[in-house]
Design a binder for this molecule. Structure first.
Ligand code: DAH
Length: 347
């Protein structure tokens, strides 16, 4: 039996020596030490021996078992080390190389501007509402005192959608102004109220001071005895808070179907410092920032509000123009939407 033990030990050690992979090593382990392994079988046979002999062979067998286990684990470590060495040869890290930095983004100038505008209006009690970007003809025009085929509609250079026409509300449009919110607000809220609606609007236009998708801030204030003084006070508080006290503002009479009287509000051009010299953005030193006025009684009626009891003012500012008029020297509005990082990183 001792001879058998010696034989098992030899063949186990030489098999362990020859394996080249962890899987093959595991097979060798099973072959000798597994439940049906060669050494295990021999140990099972011990019970047929008597007394002293069984003890002596048993001890020797355990000794061989320990030797085989030690050889297995030494080989396992050697194989593992060889594997790491091979990986290290192929890929290595230069721990002394300088790191590559992760660039930080910034909030787009238009979004920064919107955030400031919201803060200023919030400080004088205007809450923010929202209205759909894809809108019915009814809310964009008809409810604002512009019946179908009315020529005043031409000013809004609107994108109409041919699909999904409603009998009640007409065609769908990409809303050309945030004034679409006015009658919706009256339908959904009790008066008196003071709100701003800031949203994206769309028109068929593109040049240095126009883009086809832009943003407007619609202000709407309904209450008792609202007058032009309230409108002017609010507009000037906003413009002076945003641009500083010494920027020049002017009101020009205008004609909107949904306000009476109506104005346009201009600011002195920041691109040419109000000179108008060769300026692509302004007209003779002035940039139109907004339309505004006292809300027409037909609009209040369309929203279910009695114009004999309540009056209102409303205005709509262009956000991109506001952004361009504050010390940023952007000579063409289209640059805001070209996604050129060299441009965007400046803000
Ligand atoms: N919606 C107008 C435009 O896009 C601007 C405007 C004018 C808004 C008068 C108003 C308003 O709320 O009362 O040109």
């Amino acid at each position: 039996m001792k001879k058998d033990l010696e034989k098992i030990k030899k063949s186990a050690l030489s098999a362990i020596d020859m394996v080249a992979t962890p899987n093959a090593l595991q097979d060798v382990r099973v072959q000798f030490l597994g439940r049906k392994g060669e050494l295990t079988r021999l140990l099972k046979g011990l019970k047929d021996l008597d007394g002293e002999k069984r003890k002596a062979v048993g001890q020797a067998a355990n000794f061989v078992k320990e030797e085989i286990e030690a050889a297995l684990s030494a080989r396992e470590s050697a194989l593992e080390k060889a594997r790491f060495d091979a990986i290290a040869k192929e890929e290595w890290i230069d721990v002394t190389a300088p790191g590559s930095s992760c660039e930080t983004g910034s909030v787009h100038l238009v979004t920064q501007t919107i955030n400031k505008i919201v803060d200023i209006f919030a400080s004088i009690g205007f809450s923010r509402v929202a209205a759909p970007e894809v809108e019915w003809d009814y809310y964009a025009f008809e409810a604002l005192n512009m019946p179908k085929e009315h020529p005043a509609r031409d000013d809004w250079e609107t994108f109409f959608i041919d699909e999904g026409v409603s009998k009640k509300y007409g065609k769908q449009v990409l809303t050309p102004h945030t004034s679409n919110a006015q009658v919706r607000i009256l339908e959904e809220h009790d008066v008196p109220l003071k709100v701003v609606n800031i949203g994206r609007v769309y028109r068929r236009q593109a040049d240095a001071s126009h883009v086809p998708m832009f943003h407007q801030v619609e202000g709407f204030c309904v209450g008792d005895n609202i007058t032009i003084a309230d409108l002017k006070g609010t507009v000037e508080y906003f413009l002076h808070s945003f641009f500083g006290q010494d920027r020049k503002i002017r009101y020009r009479p205008y004609d909107f179907r949904f306000t009476e009287p109506s104005f346009e509000i201009d600011i002195d051009c920041d691109v040419c410092s109000g000179t108008g010299d060769n300026c692509r953005v302004c007209k003779a030193g002035w940039v139109e920032l907004a339309g505004a006025g006292l809300t027409h009684p037909h609009v209040l009626k369309a929203g279910g509000v009695d114009p004999d009891k309540y009056s209102a003012f409303a205005f709509g500012f262009g956000v991109e123009r506001i952004a361009m008029m504050k010390g940023v020297s952007i000579p063409d509005m289209r640059m805001l939407y070209q996604n050129d990082l060299r441009f965007l990183k400046q803000f």
